[in-house]
Design a protein around this ligand. Structure first.
Ligand code: NAI
Length: 298
């Protein structure tokens, strides 16, 4: 079987100074991609900044014979996002792959969460992924090729106590990914999202110690690397990934219950049918979903 290579490809990876982004950067660079290693270098809650983490990853890639440049720009500002993409253009002349990975945490139970804590988390994850993708989009479109990988989370897909801000952001990224997949399709742009689990500074205090050896960032980077490759034509999907396991996560709609003129009590009395899961649909566009509703009207 031939090796999946990235020679001639340029990847922008945000939040690549630590954890998952670092592993993605090393994986792509090892396979020949030129990489912009972006990282603000702040703390887990997004405060502070440092040039250290991005520079260290660039040094490691270079030492291993790869090509990389560091960017310490903030993904959450339009200027920062533009500068990240510009670094790819200035250093390597193009951009082919965008991996939106930068993230922060400001966990707090819902009643105690401040507006600032909510906004700060959405700014990095949602605004940041939008801005960096948006800055790269004209170049991807122009060249008729691109791969975008966004970083969602099981916390967004399924909910998690203390993470109203984070889970809102992470489910938001699913919507962004699906629409990017639709809007990018004709230009050869594929967009997917991962919902990872890995031992990093973000999770080391939460996961049992035995996870460290099994839930390595590298076991997430293999999927990210595949999704970033030109041979992967899949788009608009979300994958649960970690510890060696990979599974498609899909948004499904049940078969539904229908009665034209129904009362509130009819809904109560047919709740089981409304809640039924089988046979489900997995629409890939709003049109497909609307089609199902229209079919039910006939
Ligand atoms: P991490 O804290 O090691 O990495 C996140 C990186 O993003 C840090 O290096 C940080 O400096 C950088 N960053 C934060 N704000 C930034 C900004 N405004 N601009 C540029 N860089 C910024 O954490 P980890 O675990 O590697 O997280 C990577 C991504 O994976 C995040 O989006 C996180 O939410 C997501 N994730 C991680 C999971 C896990 O199990 N580790 C689970 C689910 C999602």
């Amino acid at each position: 079987m031939s090796e999946l290579r990235f020679d001639g490809r340029v990847a922008v990876i945000t939040g690549a100074g630590h954890g998952l982004g670092r592993a993605h950067a090393l994986s792509l660079a090892e396979r020949g991609a030129k990489v912009v290693v972006n990282d603000l270098g702040g703390a887990l809650d997004g405060t502070g900044a440092s040039t250290g983490p991005a520079a260290e990853v660039v040094e490691l890639i270079t030492k291993n014979g790869g090509e990389a440049v560091a960017s310490t720009d903030n993904v959450a500002t339009p200027e920062g996002a533009k500068a990240i993409v510009q670094a790819a253009l200035d250093s390597f002349g193009q951009v082919d792959i965008v991996i939106n990975n930068a993230g922060i945490l400001r966990d707090k139970s819902f009643g105690k969460m401040t507006v600032e804590e909510f906004d700060a988390v959405l700014a990095v994850h949602v605004r940041g992924s939008f801005l960096v993708s948006h800055a790269a989009f004209p170049y991807l479109k122009e060249q008729g090729y691109g791969r975008i990988v966004n970083t969602s989370s099981p916390a967004g897909l399924f909910g998690n106590f203390g993470q109203a801000n984070y889970s809102t952001a992470k489910m938001g990224l699913v919507g962004l990914t699906k629409t990017l997949a639709i809007e990018g399709a004709r230009a050869g742009i594929r967009a997917n999202a991962i919902a990872p689990i890995a031992w990093t500074r973000m999770t080391e205090a939460l996961l049992p110690a035995e996870f460290e050896a099994k839930f390595t960032p590298e076991r997430v980077s293999t999927l990210v690397t595949y999704l970033a490759h030109e041979s992967c034509e899949t788009s608009g999907e979300v994958f649960s990934v970690g510890g060696g396991r990979i599974a498609r996560v899909f948004v499904a709609e049940g078969p539904g219950w229908k009665q034209d003129d129904h009362t509130v009590e009819d809904i109560r009395d047919n709740w089981e049918a409304i809640m039924a899961e089988q046979p489900y649909l997995t629409p890939t566009t709003i049109g497909q979903q609307a089609g199902a509703s229209m079919k039910a009207m006939l």
